[in-house]
Design a protein around this ligand. Structure first.
Ligand code: ADP
Ligand code: MG
Length: 704
């Protein structure tokens, strides 16, 4: 029944069916059933223009929707280009409201008849002190329209093309009204176990679908919403948990049986500091994971500077102790090189072979590395994505570490996976803090570790927001810091990798900075995406060895670079950056023992959002807190690394606003699977059947 093509529904002909498919992706009865209203109107309530004016001008509700009855006035097209619009008005006994359309201008003029009474419905706004509705829902008025309809009428998302075929936001409701009576509880069988329904006092699935569309009352609507949101979140959790538990039980992994010579020698003799509690905990988790003969697939999150690299290194030594090779992959050449130098330095007194492989390693050197990797004499390979090329053949790869995971595509990761007969263990490290709720939803099938403790002695970076016209004061401050022997970063936004505009912007900034900091008293490194790798490298190097005091750069230095003597980070046009990016950049300073500063330079004109971002940045240095705020400001769809996850495409639930429900669903799900891991108990049969029927609806790669 629900899988029937939409064309078979009463009121839908071939033409409408095609439009519904094209415009709203509605192919079947089921799709229509899941086309949920975005609000309901009290159909019996007609607002007068005078009432609406009062409401708006008395500083009334921001988000007010209302319907009016009146006669439609003549049309007029005004404005040019993007401001071109169709304008008319609706006149009732108390006044007129303006009606405005920005698109489908011709269509609207063809369909609507000036001089005729209409019901106009929409969101009220005020423009030059007039009440206005942009893209109103228009329906021919007839007095009987008010009689005999349900009390709360649903309004659906629609499009101008559909409106032209009489399928506007209200009229789609007619189709749903035709569909609902045809459904029986058999079409929408219960899929949650009875005890869950009872404990949480949820209404049945069948009822929920009725009431979400046509609720007899507000309470009915809310009950339906609650039930369906819970179901949505719960089923997503269930799928992820099942995937994970299947991986835990059935995947084969190489076994790191012992903690041996390499690990112990390094830990006792060469580890330059005491590990933090969090680092130790994560190491234990990795040790446990890799010892049991199942494949580890773990996400390691830790704020910038929390010390993920050393955890990675110790894990690689663990692999070496068990005669397995490791590879560590970084997103950029600079980072890979830095990892290599740091690690080679730490291991210099040990008898272990480490190599660096990047795109710029060529000829004899490359040949020798490939040889060492394939005969197993190189135990630790560090590199860029050059390490996933087919030419790179490992003797026995046991561990893959991916630094800054969001820079790698799923496909790239999958290639590493295939480099051993039994898939190697995978540790994905990220410094982009992901709020816990999101992490568990987006990466629910990965195991998850977090380093939530910074090494001792770190001072928070003092963060200040300044406007452009205060620039010379900022430059004076930089001079004072440089006079103390410190170094500074000045960062320009990078809108598009190596685009011309960014480059010119950066160069203009560089020229200006040079006037404040003339040679030979000052030396400046410039790094940007348009430079050849070698030149970039050289400029970076000069800054690292303190040949230059100032680094002017686009965001290429965003990740990983480590210059402890740099104490000031100036971010130009800071309003152009997102929160997590600002946080990442700020993480470049505050790495040494000196007090560090981050100065956010912006223009005076700021959007509310940008102002909020500056406020958050100056208020906290906690990456997780910032990530939570980022999530609130931008919504989950935009958070780095989660875009393709699919798990976030909830129709009703919202991972930010419904967080308590996410937590509840998670708990219910875990309890249920602890009690009945394979869903064998009869009371869980409906759930099992439902999940089976949904198979193939989400695509999951082996490494999420
Ligand atoms: P990230 O997590 O951002 O990759 P790194 O691994 O680069 O951080 O570590 C940042 C700095 O902190 C490095 O200089 C590293 O040597 C140092 N560090 C890491 N762990 C500790 C620790 N437990 N105690 C002191 N310093 C540490
Ligand atoms: Mg790092």
């Amino acid at each position: 029944m629900l899988s029937s093509p939409i064309v078979y529904l009463k009121g839908v002909g071939p033409q409408r069916a095609e439009l519904l498919q094209k415009e709203l992706n509605i192919f079947t009865f089921n799709d229509l059933l899941h086309h949920f209203p975005y609000r309901h109107v009290d159909k019996t309530k007609i607002t007068t223009v005078a009432e609406a004016e009062f409401m708006l001008h008395s500083g009334g509700k921001q988000d007010a929707y209302a319907q009016f009855v009146g006669v439609l006035g003549p049309f007029e097209v005004i404005g040019e280009k993007r401001a071109r619009r169709l304008v008319s008005y609706l006149k009732d006994k108390t006044g007129t409201i303006e009606l405005v359309w920005f698109s489908a201008i011709h269509l609207i003029q063809k369909i609507l008849r000036p001089g005729t009474p209409y019901i106009a419905y929409g969101r009220l706004s005020s423009f030059q002190n007039k009440v206005q509705i942009v893209h109103p829902e228009m329906e021919l008025w007839a007095p009987e329209k008010l009689a005999g309809k349900s009390y709360l009428e649903p309004i659906y998302p629609s499009t101008e093309k559909l409106k032209a075929k009489n399928l506007g936001g209200k009229q789609i409701g007619n189709l749903i009204q035709a569909l609902l009576p045809q459904l029986t509880p058999n079409d929408l069988p219960e899929n949650l176990p009875a005890n869950v329904i009872n404990n949480l006092k949820l209404i049945s699935r069948f009822e929920a679908y009725q009431y979400i569309h046509f609720p007899p009352s507000q309470q009915h609507y809310l009950a339906a919403l609650r039930r369906l949101k819970f179901e949505e979140i719960f089923m997503a959790q269930m799928r992820l948990n099942l995937l994970r538990s299947q991986r835990h039980r059935f995947s084969k992994g190489v076994v790191f049986e012992i903690v041996g010579h390499y690990f112990n020698t390094f830990y006792k003799n060469h580890l330059p500091f005491e590990l933090t509690g969090a680092q130790k905990r994560v190491l234990r988790e990795i040790r446990n994971d890799t010892a049991r003969g199942r494949q580890m697939n773990r996400l390691l999150q830790g704020d910038v500077g929390s010390g993920k690299t050393i955890v990675a290194l110790l894990s690689m030594l663990l692999a070496a102790d068990n005669n397995y090779q490791s590879v560590m992959m970084a997103p950029t050449e600079i980072l890979a090189r830095q990892h290599f130098q740091g690690i080679a330095d730490l291991l210099k007194d040990m008898d272990i072979r480490v190599a660096l492989l990047t795109g710029s390693v060529k000829g004899k050197e490359r040949k020798s590395i490939l040889q060492g990797v394939s005969d197993g004499s190189i135990q630790l390979l560090i590199g860029t994505h050059a390490v996933i090329e087919d030419a790179v053949q490992f003797k026995n790869l046991g561990l893959v570490i991916i630094d800054e995971q969001h820079r790698f595509g799923v496909a790239q990761r999958a290639r590493l996976w295939e480099k051993n007969e039994i898939p190697p263990h995978v540790l994905v490290m990220t410094a982009t803090p992901i709020p816990r709720t999101l992490a568990m939803t987006a990466y629910g099938d990965l195991d998850y570790s977090v380093i939530d403790e910074l090494p001792p002695g770190r001072q928070p970076v003092h963060t200040i927001h300044r406007y452009d016209h205060e620039r010379s004061l900022v430059m004076d401050f930089l001079k004072a810091e440089i006079a103390k022997g410190r170094q500074v970063y000045i960062i320009f936004p990078l809108i598009e990798e190596s685009s011309k505009l960014d480059y010119e912007n950066l160069m203009r900034g560089y020229e200006e900075i040079k006037t404040y900091f003339p040679e030979p008293q000052y030396w400046i490194s410039v790094v940007h995406g348009k430079q050849p790798a070698a030149q970039k490298e050289e400029n970076m190097r000069r800054f690292v060895v303190h040949d230059t005091q100032i680094m002017v750069s686009t965001t290429v230095i965003e990740v990983g670079v480590n210059v402890p003597n740099a104490t000031v980070m100036v971010i130009e046009s800071a309003e152009k950056f997102g929160l997590s990016q600002l946080h990442q950049l700020r993480g470049r300073v505050g790495r040494g023992s000196e007090k560090s500063y981050c100065i956010l330079l912006t223009s005076r004109k700021l959007s509310n959002d940008a102002r909020e971002r500056m406020k958050i940045m100056t208020a906290t240095t906690n990456g997780f807190e910032i990530a939570e705020k980022d999530l609130e400001l931008r919504g989950p769809g935009d958070i780095e690394g989660t875009r393709q996850s699919g798990m976030l495409n909830f129709k009703l639930a919202n991972i930010v606003n419904d967080r308590s429900m996410v937590d509840a669903a998670k708990k219910v799900c875990e309890d249920l699977l602890t009690d009945d891991p394979d869903l064998m108990k009869p009371e869980n049969e409906p759930l099992k059947l439902y999940l089976q029927s949904q198979k193939g609806k989400t695509i999951w790669s082996k490494i999420s």
